[in-house]
Design a binder for this molecule. Structure first.
Ligand SMILES: NC(=O)c1ccc[n+]([C@@H]2O[C@H](COP(=O)([O-])OP(=O)(O)OC[C@H]3O[C@@H](n4cnc5c(N)ncnc54)[C@H](OP(=O)(O)O)[C@@H]3O)[C@@H](O)[C@H]2O)c1
Length: 272
């Protein structure tokens, strides 16, 4: 079968297809009428067999085992096939897909949580790895699902996620830890909350009802997260110095410089 034919009727193998994100991807492929093989550790179909048979091979396993799985299946994937992943970090999985296979490579990161009602963003980050022949196929599939695509290099992605996932989740966990350690009690704080703070409490509730493994990986497996959090803590220490010394001049300087940054964005949007 020529590659043009494969675009019309690809056999898709999802390694981690029995999991949350893998099932989401399987659903959108099945809705299109594509044939999908969902592979887990206990399925009859092994990951090696799926890798050999399929025209599109998708990796959607926990971040901590992603590179090992890619190393196992990569050499078995055909040169004409598309090798993809749905991992929340991009640089290491894409490098591994390039290294261990000869297939075309595209990295995806769905920018929404599966366990929570967080679909309003409807965005997917997409990073090119190797080749272009499958680009229209994957773009068509995702756009057909109403998803907005954010094109990034793997490095840009991980750097940005150092803030969006790294600092953000770190902050939320630290706030939750402080609420616990304060001994005041969750309900008392909730009762006295402003609307803005209620949104923060809601985020904490959502986060702590999810799988801790996911957040541990997001904070620990993206090297940019560690770097970003380290810089953030230095900023926090500087800022603490400013407020504890009641240094209004430095406070205002920071405040105005950040207002300037936000203003810049606003101008860009107006122009766009
Ligand atoms: N969940 C989210 O909200 C979310 C959002 C964006 C991106 N992601 C990304 O999606 C990927 C999967 O996350 P998930 O939340 O869907 O995880 P999950 O629900 O725990 O599913 C993990 C899948 O991987 C399989 N698996 C587990 N350990 C394995 C191993 N050692 N070898 C081979 N297969 C293994 C599991 O199969 P079994 O059936 O054997 O358990 C299952 O199918 C991650 O890379 C994550 O960063 C997740």
């Amino acid at each position: 079968m020529g590659i043009e034919e494969k675009f019309k009727d690809p056999l898709i193998g999802i390694i981690g297809g029995t999991g949350r994100m893998g099932s989401w991807f399987a659903d959108i492929c099945e809705k299109r009428g594509y044939r999908v093989l969902k592979v887990g550790r206990k399925t009859e179909m092994s990951m090696e067999d799926a890798a050999e048979m399929c025209d599109v091979v998708v990796i959607s396993v926990p971040i901590s085992v992603t590179e090992d799985v890619i190393k196992k299946v990569g050499p078995l994937i055909s040169e004409d096939a598309l090798f993809m992943d749905l991992t929340s970090i991009k640089k290491r999985p894409i490098d591994a897909m390039l290294k261990y296979s000869k297939a075309e490579v595209i990295g995806l990161h769905p920018l929404f949580g599966i366990d929570i009602e967080d679909r309003e963003s409807k965005k997917v980050a997409i990073c090119s790895g190797r080749g272009e022949r499958w680009n229209n196929w994957i773009i068509g599939l995702l756009k057909g699902e109403g998803l907005e695509l954010v094109f990034l290099t793997p490095e840009e992605h991980d750097k940005i996620m150092g803030i969006i996932q790294g600092i953000n989740h770190f902050e939320t966990i630290c706030l939750a830890m402080r609420i616990k350690e304060s001994g005041i009690g969750w309900e008392k704080i909730e009762n006295a909350s402003t609307q803005t703070f209620m949104r923060k409490l809601k985020r904490i509730k959502k986060m702590f009802h999810q799988d801790p493994e996911l957040f541990a990986s997001l904070l620990m497996e993206n090297t940019w997260s560690i770097k970003c959090i380290d810089s953030y803590m230095k900023d926090a220490r500087d800022f603490f110095d400013i407020i504890s010394k009641k240094d209004k001049e430095r406070f205002n300087k920071i405040f105005l410089s950040i207002r300037q940054l936000i203003k810049g964005d606003q101008n860009e949007r107006d122009m766009g």
